[in-house]
Design a protein around this ligand. Structure first.
Ligand code: AMP
Ligand code: GLY
Length: 424
């Protein structure tokens, strides 16, 4: 089988490495992929948002199955387009991808179907939002409606910050048309859990839970990033909480989407907060998370391609989805300065024995050398019997990788270890 994976980051590298384990796979095309994936896939230099070119390539190449990983092409309708060409896909159609593409849509969906989430108001003009912010409870959370590279959320700790957030999103159009509408919502507290789930629109099979580390620096300081590391499973996510989430959040969400005529097939990502009043949805994503995927898929014992095809064919109930009992830790190595200004083009050195543990994100290959070419350069994942061992093993492997200015957090998994040791 010829497989096409759309996207070019660490998440896509993790998907490719796992899909490759299926014996019927003859060739994997990464569109566009990155230079660090060359040993695992054929790179196709087409951007993930160039829908016409991707469709032409897929048709001419005789792609048998496509995996659309990033949010943009999903929201733009790449799955719809490929299906029209008769190419089966993993990922939701555009009318279901809106669950991530519009926060107004997802908040209204949760309200309509009684799915627990933060209280909120929607605003279509800066004037009305500023009026509301004048005397709303502080802290508050301001969210751009549309996609904003994961940066469209401002946690305003003061009224002035809330006013600034409204102005920059709605008046200065910091995120373009994504800020034509905003959601202002209640500030929630509690541990965060990411749960990715396979669904074919009928059955929901959650994957092992995980924890992201979004801030740039240790102790959750610094700016928000795309994610500086992950661990799995998330110790806060007990079997009782998992059962509650299935009953109050996962199944109701899939059923709500069906009732709206927007059946969701693919990977539905639940960003949850375990509040004192129970688990609530912070956000939905219509895709695998990055870097959650880099800890979740290495723990998957079932065949990934078979599970993906079952979501496409609506046969997920008959498909086994098993995860290892082990733990995983992924440490992201980023360019110095990320998420703000950083330099690229530095040579990346990876010791041969570390290669199998590396998922490459922001890199390019030039004259046989691997060079940095992005903010998050690569992720290092190790698996072990306990989380403590997985963390130690990941950091040991990190020592075997180097590039100028490399920056990584030293405390990935520290909060989870505290929870395991009963300290928080
Ligand atoms: P998002 O991009 O929606 O994942 O939001 C980014 C981060 O902002 C989340 O991971 C949370 O840490 C935080 N966040 C979002 N919504 C809320 C909320 N209502 N209360 C507290 N923190 C939030
Ligand atoms: N790690 C969060 C995301 O993929 O959106």
């Amino acid at each position: 089988m010829k497989i096409m994976v759309v996207g070019g980051g660490g998440r896509e590298h993790a998907i490719i490495k796992k899909v490759k384990e299926n014996k019927s796979v003859t060739e994997i095309f990464a569109v566009p992929g990155n230079g660090g994936m060359k040993e695992d896939a054929t790179l196709v230099p087409i951007g993930a948002k160039e829908l016409d070119k991707i469709c032409e390539f897929a048709k001419n190449t005789g792609i048998d199955y496509a995996v659309v990983a990033p949010d943009d092409p999903l929201v733009l309708g790449l799955v719809d387009r490929l299906e029209e060409l008769g190419i089966p896909c993993f990922g939701p159609r555009a009318n279901a991808a809106i669950i991530e593409g519009s926060k107004v849509f997802s908040k209204n969906l949760m309200k309509k179907y009684g799915i627990p989430t933060a209280e909120y108001e929607v605003f279509e003009s800066a004037e009305s939002a500023l009026e509301y912010v004048k005397d709303c409870a502080i802290p508050t959370v301001v969210k751009a409606d549309g996609l904003a590279l994961g940066k469209g959320v401002v946690i305003a700790m003061t009224r002035d910050e809330a006013i600034d957030a409204v102005r920059s999103i709605m008046e200065d159009k910091k995120f373009g048309a994504s800020g034509n509408r905003i959601v202002i919502e209640e500030f929630l507290t509690g541990p965060e859990v990411s749960v990715l789930a396979f669904t074919d629109g009928i059955t929901v099979k959650p994957m092992v839970s995980s924890m992201d580390h979004k801030r740039a620096y240790d102790n959750d300081e610094g700016l928000n990033t795309g994610g500086m590391g992950t661990i799995a499973p998330n110790p806060y996510y007990t079997p009782e909480i998992a059962e509650e989430c299935m009953r109050t959040i996962f199944l109701p969400t899939v059923e709500a989407m069906n009732k709206e005529g927007r059946t969701f097939r693919g990977c539905l990502y639940f960003g949850l907060m375990l509040t004192p009043k129970g688990p609530k949805v912070i956000e939905y994503n219509c895709r695998f998370g990055d870097p959650e995927t880099q800890v979740v898929l290495p723990l998957l014992e079932s065949d990934l391609l078979t599970v993906m095809q079952a979501t496409t064919n609506s046969t997920l109930s008959e498909c086994e989805v098993c995860f290892s009992e082990k733990s995983a830790c992924c440490v992201i190595m980023a360019s110095g300065g990320y998420p703000e200004k950083y330099n690229s083009g530095y040579e990346i050195s990876i010791a041969p024995e570390a290669r199998a543990s590396v998922y490459v994100a922001g890199a390019k290959c030039e004259e046989g050398k691997l060079l940095t070419a992005g903010g998050r350069v690569l992720g290092v994942t190790e698996i072990a019997d306990t989380l403590g061992e997985a963390i130690a093993a990941s950091y040991k492997t990190v020592e075997k990788i180097s590039f100028e200015g490399a920056h990584y957090r030293r405390d990935i998994g520290a909060r989870a270890m505290k929870a395991i040791n009963g300290e928080s």
